[in-house]
Design a protein around this ligand. Sequence first.
Ligand code: 6LC
Length: 440
Amino acid sequence: MKSFNLCRTDKQTVGESKQPSDMQTEREDEDDASVEEYVALSSFTGSGSDQLSFSRGDRLRVHAKPSSEWWWAELRGVIGYVPASYLRQEEEEEEDTSLEDPWQDEEYFGSYGTLRLHLEMLSDKSRTEAYRHVILSNSASLRNKVVIDLGCGTGIISLFCAQLAQPSEVYAVEASSMAEYTRQLVKQNGCEEVVTVLQGRAEEIELPEQVDVLVSEWMGNCLLFEFMVESVLLARDRWLKEGGVMWPSSAALTLVPCQANSYYAEKMAFWEQPYGLDFTPLQPLAQQEFFTKPKFSHLVEPDDCLATPCDVLCLDMYTLQVKDLEEIKGQFHYCVEKSGVFHGFTAWFTVHFESLETGGATVELNTGPFSEPTHWKQTLFMLDRPLSVYTGDSISGSILLCRNPVWRRHMTVTLHWSINSSTGETDKCQVGTKSFPMWR
Ligand code: 6LC
């Protein structure tokens, strides 16, 4: 699912934005009451020259909060941007950690207790049909098998299992209050002999037996956002039989350099001449407000892809460990296939379901621009400035998915790229780095 309500508490403060040069002046003013002291909850390695690196426990002086994600702070005389979510005000530290749940379960399961998100997921035909197809094409092998459907929501996958195959038992696990309705839906559709609905967090429920198949639809934006995958891995280690099957069995994140002309025009070029006036002084604000975070729900046109997309990470659902989720790194190398404007990168994911039938074809759910659109759509990461690229140029670099050490459902995506010109038209090798909080 892509849009549960985890950003409710994010406050946009860009209206109070100050430029770094103003802040330098503030820094000299030791008595400035607006400078606040914060303690680092975790170490951070800054990328680029304007980000500050610090270690857990360091005391930073925060001079300004130009956005809710990135603050302007000082440590031992060095000044730079720091990710706000890594800092905590000292006196708040104890109180805050006990008050706030880093998993935000109340908000998270609260939003899955209403119909809006379930309607969005069920209306997504590509998604729902992919799971249906997996079950149907493996129906013979599912006979007499024990299945767990983790995060079953309204129970659609469990109902497919019961109706299209003959498993001996399906444990449909759902933590939100939707579980009460799921129980009714199971009964209404005559599946109560096979499907048992268990309300609770998958991490906490007890099953009477081990399972042959663990099926779950856990993928979030940019694959990992929400980190529901952690619950899947913990359940795998606890409840999956030796030799049991994971559905999906593997997942990949794909990235492509792209044009985003209309998004750029709508949010940035707009300020050049609205009603014949020059509003360009608002462009730094626009960049801060629209291009700091990734744009969820983007649909990239195949024509706007400047190169052949490439898989930047692949996760094997049998061997992946919870600790591996803290930091995942991928590399890319593209050959620009058509000249155009490089506005940013678009990411999407694909998951594969291995077949239980000997020689059976695997099923794939691809959320990219060359497949039917899904409710996840794609995720767009805008560069600060568009760059012209030409056929034959190469774009290489890396992507780093860094899980937030405090807010466990959030992560920061850092992209590093360098462009090598083939024609000499682009002046020289250009490099860049940008970090995108999702959302904290
Ligand atoms: C699916 C989310 C569903 O899985 C939603 O109904 C939510 O309440 C449930 N869920 C998520 N985590 C757990 C858990 N640990 N235990 C039990 N139920 C859970 C769509 N979300 C994504 N695909 N990301």
